[in-house]
Write a new protein. Structure first.
Ligand code: ATP
Length: 330
């Protein structure tokens, strides 16, 4: 008989609930997204209040859409970290309440691993080099001996942060990534912006400062967005190419919110081709945060016996991807 898992996501801007089955189907997927005040970033308490106010309707809708009664699920998974503490606590509290009331096992899920697992599910990737790019992550990772090992990452802000902070400071609407992508389509002139790769890590804060300086000088936004994308994505592509050459992986998998960007996709696709690796991108519906990624990873972890008692189910705002024991992967 197929098994079902409810997944609850609440790491940052999105409160999501979804139901996944162990045959790899996302049976329902409902989200409600917190929108910060114009020109401001996510306020953790404001986002947590948003999540508390929508949690009941989102969870009920996830069950309704799936035509599943709560008694019928086998496990309740929640985003345990990394993320914003106040936001994580809302999702964990909702998950604990459902787990206790319906007497279902509770499964803690690492949100970054969940970005990788939903991408693996939707693309069929089996043993990829992963590029995870979002508001919270910029990492290149490969799996070995029960852990995802980091082959390169950001030394300061993430790629998503770079695009969002640039957009906020220049009056573009948020989230910044899609706006920068749209503006860049009309850019032609390549500006001189700093390119910083250290070892196999990238650093984006100098690039942000320089781009904002150009904006103050009155540089055309289309050229600025174009150049910002070209430099930021080339840095990551260089580090990824080196990791691909070193690991000899035959698949390159792009996931996380920034994975939706077509220019980034095409740069990574070209290096994958050069190294005879298949290039795969997470299904666009699941590139950003969702309950689906938590429900699916929850099913995998639950089947591997990775449950937690309510007493021990504290959230882990700084839980790194490479600290997770991935007992379900071969
Ligand atoms: P994490 O998932 O690591 O906790 P998060 O919650 O901010 O971080 P996601 O929802 O996965 O992340 O991704 C949001 C990010 O994706 C934002 O920075 C947003 O600007 C970026 N993004 C979304 N669409 C695009 C796009 N088309 N091009 C570039 N960036 C994009």
């Amino acid at each position: 008989m197929r098994r079902l898992c409810l997944g609850i996501e609440s790491t940052a801007h999105t409160f999501g609930a979804a139901i996944a089955s162990d045959d790899g189907r996302i049976v329902s997927d409902v989200r409600d997204i917190y929108v910060p005040e114009a020109g401001k970033g996510i306020h953790p308490t404001g986002a947590a209040q948003h999540h508390s106010s929508v949690a009941d309707k989102v969870v009920i809708a996830a069950f309704k859409d799936a035509h599943v009664r709560p008694e019928k699920i086998d496990a309740v998974a929640f985003s345990c970290g990394p993320g914003l503490g106040p936001c994580l606590r809302v999702g964990a509290t909702v998950a604990r309440a459902i787990s206790v009331y319906f007497q279902k096992p509770l499964v803690p899920v690492n949100h970054a691993i969940a970005h990788i697992e939903i991408a693996s599910l939707t693309t069929g990737a089996r043993d990829p080099l992963v590029v995870l790019v979002s508001g919270g992550h910029t990492a290149i990772a490969t799996y070995a001996a029960r852990r995802w090992r980091i082959c390169g990452e950001t030394e300061d802000i993430t790629l998503g942060n770079l695009l969002d902070m640039f957009a906020r400071a220049t009056g573009l609407s948020t989230p910044g990534g899609p706006e920068v992508e749209r503006m860049a389509e009309n850019g032609r002139e390549m500006l001189d912006l700093p390119y910083t790769v250290k070892g196999n890590d990238v650093a984006y804060s100098g690039l942000l400062t320089a781009a904002l300086r150009e904006h103050k000088k009155g540089t055309q936004m289309a050229d600025l967005c174009f150049s910002l994308q070209e430099v930021a994505f080339s840095m990551l592509t260089e580090a990824t190419e080196r990791a691909l050459a070193h690991t000899g992986k035959r698949e390159l998998l792009l996931t996380g919110g920034v994975a939706a960007n077509r220019r980034l996709q095409s740069m990574l696709e070209s290096i994958a081709q050069e190294h005879e690796a298949e290039f795969r991108v997470v299904d666009r519906r699941f590139s950003g945060d969702s309950g689906a990624q938590i429900a699916w990873t929850g099913i995998l972890a639950f089947k591997a016996g990775l449950t937690v008692s309510v007493e021990e189910s504290h959230v882990r705002p700084r839980w790194r991807l490479d600290e997770v024991d991935v007992a379900w992967r071969r």
